[in-house]
Design a protein around this ligand. Structure first.
Ligand SMILES: Nc1nc2c(ncn2[C@@H]2O[C@H](COP(=O)(O)OP(=O)(O)O)[C@@H](O)[C@H]2O)c(=O)[nH]1
Ligand SMILES: [Mg+2]
Length: 298
């Protein structure tokens, strides 16, 4: 059976795997190396990682090349983060720009953690768009978990306050907070984020805060600038890389970790409730290189 992740990486892989295969078992010409460099850079894996691969290609003479590239790529990626929530209760803030997949990912995360046996509360803190609350309401019905919202207020911090009070009273293990889309360049909205952190720290100090940024994989390098601003004041705990299905820019995980020290924790592989997986670096690299048999543990 072909895994979802393997399928999702099809476009990122086309090019990469074929071009590396074309130089297997021989000394590549200068033109072939140049072509390989171009193809690799197009996946947005970043200059350093591409240079690593070119070094491996130049040093390796033969059939072990794929293994050597695989090892070099795995070394550049964060270790598997472990998605268990050991410190409970937990307040998970889901943030990012408009359309990056916050609401969808919030629902997928709720579904995943509920499946792991946690008691989950959702908080609809995107108070700027009425449709946003409806969207999360529908998801919460499908996941079958509690949702706290307040259509009377446009103050997200106030909804978070209500949500966490309710989570506290009902002894929820995990509260996932869907926030409004904000441009990383908007000072006021970034300040509002800081207010959210502060109210949780001061009024709900027993909650362990986890901050996740959703990044749209189709944005490639642009998402680096976004992520950088979102963690200008606070270190992010991790990223959800959404829309990995249908993009050729799946290499962005490398610079996200290498340059900004943000580990990808989850990958979004489609629009459905179950289209999300915890990130595993070996599976991901095997997907990029077309090593399907490894991904399936054969
Ligand atoms: N193909 C695909 N679409 C996604 C994924 N995650 C979100 N989307 C779609 O992206 C669009 C925006 O998602 P939404 O969660 O509303 O973004 P938000 O504005 O950040 O809350 C919706 O049409 C989602 O169905 C994903 O992993 N794969
Ligand atoms: Mg939303």
């Amino acid at each position: 059976m072909i895994g979802k992740l393997f399928k999702a990486l099809q476009r990122s892989r086309s090019g990469i795997a074929d071009t590396i295969r074309s130089v297997l078992g021989k000394k590549p010409s200068a033109k072939e190396v140049e072509n390989l460099e171009d193809v690799l850079l197009q996946s947005d894996m970043g200059y350093d990682v591409v240079q690593d691969i070119l070094e491996v290609v130049n040093a390796s003479s033969g059939s072990d090349l794929m293994d050597a590239v695989r090892d070099a790529l795995i070394k550049r990626l964060p270790q598997d983060q472990g998605v268990e929530i050991n410190k409970r209760p937990c307040a998970m803030l889901v943030m990012g720009v408009n359309g990056s997949g916050k609401t969808t990912s919030t629902a997928k995360l709720a579904n995943l953690y509920k499946g792991m046996g946690l008691k989950v509360t959702l908080v609809a803190a995107d108070t700027y768009r009425a449709a946003a609350v409806d969207q999360l309401k529908r998801w919460s019905e499908r996941v079958d978990c509690r949702l706290i919202c307040n259509e009377e207020t446009s103050e997200p911090v106030s909804v978070i306050f209500d949500g966490l009070e309710s989570a506290r009273a009902s002894k929820s293990d995990l509260t996932i907070i869907d926030t409004a889309g904000r441009l990383h360049t908007s000072k006021n909205l970034m300040k509002e984020l800081e207010k959210m952190y502060r109210v949780i720290e001061t009024r709900f100090s027993e909650f362990n805060i986890q901050s996740l940024i959703t990044l749209d994989a189709t944005m490639g390098q642009n998402s680096l600038a976004q992520a950088k601003e979102f963690q200008a004041d606070r270190k992010l705990d991790g990223a959800v890389l959404t829309k990995l299905d249908g993009t050729a820019k799946g290499g962005i995980i490398f610079p996200l970790y290498g340059m900004l020290d943000i580990p990808v924790k989850f990958v979004g592989l489609g629009e459905g409730l179950y289209d999300m997986e915890a990130f595993h670096r070996e599976h991901y690299v095997d997907g990029l290189l077309g090593l399907e048999e490894r991904s399936n543990g054969k």
